[in-house]
Design a protein around this ligand. Structure first.
Ligand SMILES: Cc1ncc(COP(=O)(O)O)c(C=O)c1O
Length: 428
């Protein structure tokens, strides 16, 4: 089989094209029937792109995202094509659409396509990463007590499999009073000569604390330690340039703050990071399939080699291009500023409610869009249920202790914040 023909097979298999290209483009916006045209400078127009029920204040869209109109239209278009002629649509369009989604992600991250692996979720990315890092028995992963289940469990499974040691440190005593010095100091004191990986989370979904990733990266420099970050509650809420953050891996779902297609995610890795990673699930990249067939050619670059193969929900993966284009149209800096503005208003209002304890730091240097609080005297799940009766959608944190949690994304407005504060006042 000639290489050109192989790429036809690869395209039919929905694999990324064989050339490593660099970010800088995404597909043109797909017209979204039924939605008003997007005016990216007008937050009410941004909100109108979503089909969320208007009678609720949705303060939890970051938990699992609603899709903007352009993403819905893109999914519908590809689904119709796949339903009409599954293998034909895939063969004709797969390579091009994979490439467009990858280029849009690379453009958003300010990175190369070859540095990004695509997954179905944050959890899948964390499982692949912590399962695939090249570590020896006795090497140590230093993590924290603040991680979500997915990181703790991925590391427990890794330790169980091959004897890698995992240790946890506590980064702050009281989240509301956390400081950069306290966080970095506690982490660095935990690093030993055996530490090869530091596994942290950018924004804690337990408390809303945002870690000073740049300061942590600086403190780890020269120690030969990979800095791996679960970035899901920063990605799409903050300006996320992983190279600027200074981490080696940034793992995220795209179905939280990015408001992208449900069931999508990615792993960004630095050159140093990918050099210490071995893929876990066979990729469908044409170069890897070519090597399996004994054909000459370059190997797949790290991101594509780490992207799990197998057919999957292509219509969602391909619609990622529209999700990133939506953020780009609004401006990543404006998205971050709006998220900060609404979170700040929410925190100020909650802090003013007597009897309620705000757990998230007020400073935007140590917080992002996640806002957590304690309401003494009421069970958190009961508080969430009572808020829903008052048409406010909040969540309880899946940690011990569990806190009441909110997060305003770019679909929200000041009225949602006001409605939330009014409803919370009835709980105390
Ligand atoms: C910090 C953190 N990481 C990972 C996840 C899991 O994300 P996903 O559903 O994309 O796997 C969550 C919450 O759901 C989370 O809060």
């Amino acid at each position: 089989m000639r290489r050109r023909n192989l790429l036809g097979v690869a395209a039919a298999a929905g694999v990324v094209g064989a050339t490593t290209t660099y970010g800088g483009g995404s597909t043109a916006a797909i017209a979204a029937p039924g939605a008003p045209p997007l005016d990216p400078t007008d937050w009410s127009s941004v909100r109108a792109q979503f089909a969320i029920s208007p009678d609720l204040a949705h303060l939890s869209t970051y938990v699992f995202a609603p899709h903007p109109a352009s993403v819905r239209a893109s999914i519908a278009q590809h689904r119709a094509g796949l339903d009409a002629d599954p293998s034909g649509y895939l063969h004709e369009n797969g390579g091009r659409l994979d490439q467009a989604a990858a280029a849009a992600a690379a453009d958003y991250l300010g990175s190369r396509i070859s540095d990004i692996a695509f997954t179905d979720s944050t959890t899948m990315g964390l499982g692949l990463l912590y399962g695939g890092l090249r570590l020896r028995r006795g090497d140590e992963v230093l993590t924290t007590e603040h991680e979500f289940y997915s990181t703790h469990e991925a590391l427990r499974l890794r330790a169980q499999r091959d004897g890698v040691a995992v240790r946890r440190v506590r980064l702050y005593a009281d989240p509301a009073k956390a400081s950069t010095d306290e966080i970095v100091g506690n982490l660095i004191r935990g690093v030993t000569r055996r530490t090869k990986v530091v596994a942290v989370t950018w924004v804690h979904s337990s408390t809303g604390v945002k870690l000073p990733i740049q300061a942590i990266a600086r403190a780890l420099r020269g120690r030969g330690v990979l800095l791996c970050v679960d970035g899901v509650h920063g990605f799409g809420a903050e300006e996320a340039d992983p190279a600027e953050l200074g981490c080696d891996f940034l793992v995220s779902g795209c179905h939280k703050w990015v408001l992208g297609p449900r069931g999508t995610g990615l792993v960004w890795g630095s050159a140093a990071g990918w050099a210490r990673y071995a893929p876990v699930i066979p990729t469908y990249d044409g170069r890897s399939i070519g090597a399996w067939l004994g054909l000459p050619g370059d190997p797949a670059p790290p991101g594509q080699a780490a992207t799990p193969g197998g057919f999957h929900t292509f219509e969602h993966r391909w619609a990622l291009a529209e999700a990133f284009a939506f953020h780009k149209a609004i401006g990543q800096d404006r998205v971050a500023a709006r998220t900060r503005e609404l979170a700040t208003a929410l925190k100020a209002g909650l802090a003013g409610i007597r009897g309620l304890k705000l757990a998230t730091p007020k400073s935007p240097h140590l917080s992002a869009g996640v806002v957590c609080c304690e309401v003494p005297g009421i069970n958190v799940d009961e508080a969430v249920a009572r808020l829903r009766e008052l048409k406010v959608v909040a969540s309880s944190t899946p940690y011990r202790p569990s806190l009441l949690r909110f997060g305003a994304t770019i679909i929200n407005n000041e009225a949602d914040v006001e409605a939330t504060l009014k409803a919370v006042r009835t709980l105390v």
